[in-house]
Design a binder for this molecule. Structure first.
Ligand code: ADP
Ligand code: MG
Length: 698
């Protein structure tokens, strides 16, 4: 980065462009500000009164005003927890864990006792728990078991402005729970609502943005309670010209602030798009500050992203030591979910990693996309919480005004709905086209979800839940993954399949590759791929080998495997094992029969099949599209003729990740309703040795 950088720092000129509107307030205390100094505190009594008076209340307040940490405590102090728990949903796992930790600390009790959290595959609550922070997805799952939410006295759907898929579905469901639709023409729905009707359940919708009218309208004109924020002036700066490399520009800007501004005048918050990018930035920052030696103040680098280990998460909240400066490298989680005190400078490259979905092909991908204006303003606002702040936008004013959308499209309109449709169906909600969505998903996406669930035999041709579908709905997994598990019953390999499912669900990488030991790491990895067994079986081998060593940490080190990821896989696997029992699938092990294991995988993933083409690329069988085997796959050099893949990721190309070889006749055998012989027409040529890269007939 050496020479290029130096030049860039020199001509890195920001132009002062614009100011956002401000209301000046007092300077708040810093870290661990007393509960009574938070903006929500003066409104404690009137807020409790409003909650008493109304069943549904929309609460709006700037990030950091104390909504998430204080309101549940107020309700507890006011006695609401005598009637049931207070559930507070968060769109992100890290936020649920972090605020629960904070609240238990404020109340002086042990996390998991009166205050706990519940996120997928991790339940940190007990019989004592009365304040429960949870992901919105978890509350949605609880709905399946308890459609009247009987254990709750108050449900607070927090961060409502994020409009995640689960939040949107919860809206529809809780709306049904708090109000009866007398006019509903569907007798079934009618009875169902009566059964779920809870006149005593309080529903709070809280949001950090001002467009609360929409929530209010949706909940039959529910009143809006505004918590006036304290906002300091935030100076907005844009770059003169678009930046080719925003990561580099962000690093240069952070260093520029650090060396030109006195230490102790405020910390820096940089918005990046994901773990990998954050780790890269961390490395570069460390490298470059090392070069500057003792000439500059200490720069403490704090990463924060969804899969950051819990014990490291607390670091971002630690007060910055005197004479040093903190730079927080965060994903979108710091936009509104987490409040970090002491931030004076925000660096906003203007991007976010977002799911996008093509309902025509049914393909979902994570894409780095430009943020919306609403997002940009939230980000900027993070710098003006405790004093006047500055925001450096790494894009031009022209970009901001002309290219950015006003608001982020709600997730429900850009995602695969199969999971949600399965959940709703198992709740007995059949008429999805008339479900009371705040913003309806595209009809095409709904149909696509129904089609997939039908193909997976979760629904029959009348759209009703089948026995298979009912079992699948028990698993907190994507339908294809749960189908793979349910199918393992037939192939007598449920033991192996839940290990694979757990390994696929970790969400963080399993192998690591230290810079100075890349060859060793690669060799260790290749061991698990011996015999070109494919990535799924390799994952199974990793898990089984670890288990054989009695879950040894040393073994992980020796094999360049992340211990933490493996422990998580073990936890997930334990839970899946429990769920197997619930759906009456016997735990059967059949480690030698790789064909049975791969057939189970194919039973869930047959829609993800692809055939090799002349040039080593692949073509997906249904909805043809050109894709490639991800370079990290054990089959990247092998190039089998037919493969089944776990997911597609779009980086420089559309890549298949976690790939296994497949025999085309399995497709017709396993999914005769989905594939016909003509789809797999080069059956005749299957005698060809595999991996030859021979041209296909068409
Ligand atoms: P809101 O939900 O309105 O955005 P919060 O209740 O999250 O506000 O935050 C209120 C205050 O609590 C803020 O000053 C914030 O810095 C502090 N806080 C929240 N979570 C933590 C934490 N995990 N550690 C330390 N301070 C925290
Ligand atoms: Mg909050």
């Amino acid at each position: 980065f050496g020479s290029k950088n130096k030049k860039q720092s020199e001509d890195y000129n920001f132009v002062f462009e614009d100011q956002i509107e401000f209301i000046k307030g007092q300077v708040m205390g810093g870290e661990n500000a007393d509960r009574k100094t938070l903006p929500v505190y003066p409104y404690r009594e009137s807020l409790l009164q409003a909650i008493e008076d109304h069943q549904v209340l929309v609460i709006v307040g700037e990030t950091g005003s104390g909504k998430t940490t204080q309101i549940p405590q107020y309700l507890h102090e006011a006695g609401y927890t005598k009637r049931g728990m207070i559930g507070c949903t968060q769109p992100r796992r890290v936020a649920a864990m972090s605020v629960a930790a904070r609240v238990s600390q404020e109340m002086g009790i042990k996390l998991g006792h009166e205050v706990g959290y519940s996120i997928r595959f991790e339940d940190c609550t007990s019989d004592k728990t009365v304040l429960k922070y949870m992901t919105d997805g978890m509350l949605l799952r609880e709905f399946l078991g308890e459609p009247d939410l009987a254990s709750y006295s108050v449900v607070m759907v927090d961060e409502a402005h994020e409009r995640t898929l689960s939040t949107d579905i919860l809206f529809g469901l809780v709306k049904g729970t708090v109000s009866i639709h007398w006019f509903d023409p569907f007798i079934l729905l009618f009875f169902q609502d009566i059964a779920r009707f809870r006149p005593d359940l309080k529903l709070l919708i809280s949001s950090a943005t001002l467009d609360a009218e929409k929530f209010s309208d949706y909940f039959d004109s529910a009143p809006i309670f505004k918590i006036p924020g304290r906002r300091f002036p935030v100076e907005i700066n844009y770059t003169k010209a678009p930046e080719a490399d925003y990561l580099d520009a962000a690093i240069v800007t952070a260093l520029q602030i650090h060396v030109t501004q006195p230490p102790g005048d405020g910390d820096i918050l940089v918005f990046l798009t994901g773990q990998e990018e954050i780790e890269t930035a961390e490395e570069i920052l460390k490298h470059r500050t090392r070069g500057l030696g003792s000439k500059i103040a200490e720069l403490i680098i704090c990463p924060i992203y969804a899969n950051l280990p819990t014990e490291l998460q607390a670091k971002i909240f630690e007060p910055t030591p005197e004479g040093a400066r903190k730079v927080v490298l965060a994903t979108n989680i710091a936009e509104t979910s987490l409040t970090i005190d002491g931030i004076k400078y925000v660096i906003d490259p203007g991007f976010v990693k977002m799911k996008s979905y093509n309902p025509r092909t049914g393909m979902e991908s994570l894409l780095i996309t430009p943020i919306s204006k609403a997002s940009a303003n939230q980000r900027a606002g993070r710098s003006g919480r405790t004093g006047p702040g500055k925001c450096f936008r790494l894009y031009t004013a022209y970009n901001y005004f002309n290219d950015l959308d006003d608001n982020t499209v709600p997730e429900i309109q850009r995602t695969n709905l199969a999971n949600v449709v399965l959940s709703l169906k198992s709740l007995g909600i059949h008429d999805l086209l008339n479900f009371d969505f705040m913003d309806p998903p595209p009809a095409e996406a709904l149909l696509k979800a129904l089609e997939l669930l039908f193909a997976l035999s979760a629904l029959n041709k009348h759209g009703e839940l089948t026995k298979v579908g009912r079992k699948m709905a028990e698993f907190p997994l994507d339908p294809m993954l749960s189908k793979m598990i349910v199918a393992s019953d037939k192939y007598k390999c449920s033991d192996e399949i839940i290990s694979i499912a757990a390994m696929l669900s970790i969400g963080s990488s399993i192998f690591y590759r230290p810079k100075d030991k890349q060859v060793h790491a690669d060799n260790a990895r290749l061991n698990f791929h011996m015999g070109n067994v494919g990535d799924h079986i390799a994952l199974l081998k990793v898990y089984s080998s670890w288990k054989e060593t009695n879950f040894s940490t040393q073994w992980c080190y020796e094999n360049y495997i992340q211990v933490r990821s493996m422990k998580r896989a073990r936890d997930i696997r334990d839970q899946l094992e429990g769920l197997l029992e619930r759906v009456e699938i016997e735990l059967v092990s059949n480690p030698g029969d790789l064909e049975a294991i791969k057939k189970s995988i194919t039973s869930g993933y047959f829609p993800h099949s692809a055939r090799m083409q002349k040039n080593g690329s692949y073509r997906t069988v249904k909805h043809p599209q050109t894709v490639y085997i991800h370079p990290s796959s054990g089959l990247a050099q092998v190039l089998p003729r037919w493969v089944v893949y776990h997911e597609l990721v779009l980086t420089t190309k559309e890549y298949m990740r976690q790939v296994s070889e497949l025999k085309p006749e399995w497709l017709v055998e396993i999914a005769p309703h989905y594939y016909q012989l003509k789809d797999v027409e080069d059956l005749a040529s299957k005698k060809m040795p595999r991996g030859e890269g021979r041209a296909s007939k068409d």
